[in-house]
Design a protein around this ligand. Structure first.
Ligand code: SF4
Length: 243
């Protein structure tokens, strides 16, 4: 099977369309999430929140907390008590799991302050290997392999942070990616997430997660759940159209 999906992903990687990554519609929140130089902790904390709720809602959480406490710097954030964070999470219904995610947020701040001397960009500075960055994200409370590879993938693919390799950046299967991989015939309809991850490794071992964004884009624009737009789809000629 020729590999149009990987070709498209490599083109996107080599010619990024925008310097600004769109995480949330709120412009101020989005610019803080994009400001890795001044607020790298906002990016890390947002990644940690991205579990089992809509991404837009999750990525907005750091900004909501920073604004509520007037605390955008890590030293000021570290002064917020866990109990206060829990109250605020619950009052504003920030997450589906408010107490748990308040703890993840709290310990995320503590780790950034204590392990990285308050500078979260040390997680990815100095041309690290992809495995080192994924591992550092895994060390945060509440961060599993999906969040950790997603965090490394966005840093590499969209923020263009230099890595010494991309081997450990896997695909992070979401509904769009799973649907596209199955319909294209790369994996059978009953495939597990692990099968999808390993298929992506087979397709592009040196950077499996490179197809993450292309699959997501195809899933959102053309490969819709009910009425896929196969005639217009950019991978139409390579797709087995398992519908
Ligand atoms: S060709 Fe059709 S089935 Fe295949 S990925 Fe595109 S929209 Fe989906």
């Amino acid at each position: 099977m020729s590999n149009l999906l990987v070709q498209i992903a490599k083109q996107r990687f080599e010619n990024p369309s925008s310097q600004i990554v769109h995480f949330v519609d709120n412009k101020e929140a989005n610019s803080i999430l994009n400001d890795l130089e001044n607020y790298p902790h906002a990016y890390v904390l947002a990644c940690l929140m991205d579990r089992q709720i809509k991404a837009e809602k999750a990525w907005n959480i750091p900004y909501e907390i920073f604004s509520e406490y007037g605390a955008f710097e890590i030293d000021r954030l570290a002064c917020i008590e866990l109990g206060d964070l829990k109250v605020f999470f619950n009052k504003k219904k920030l997450h589906r799991f408010n107490d748990t995610m308040a703890e993840v947020f709290f310990f995320g701040i503590k780790d950034i302050k204590n392990k990285y001397n308050g500078d979260a960009s040390k997680i990815w500075s100095g041309n690290p290997s992809s495995s080192a960055v994924v591992y550092r994200f895994l060390e945060f409370k509440g961060s599993g392999i999906k969040i950790s590879t997603m965090a490394a993938n966005i840093l590499a693919r969209q923020f263009r942070i230099p890595f010494s390799d991309f081997y450990s950046i896997d695909i992070s299967p979401d509904v769009h990616i799973i649907r596209v991989m199955k319909r294209m015939g790369y994996v059978p309809s009953g495939a597990t997430n692990e099968m999808i991850i390993y298929k992506a490794r087979e397709l592009n071992p040196e950077f499996p997660g490179i197809i993450d964004f292309s699959c997501w884009e195809i899933g959102r624009i053309w490969c819709k759940p009910n009425k896929p737009l196969c005639k217009e789809c950019i991978v139409g000629k390579d797709c087995k159209k398992v519908l």
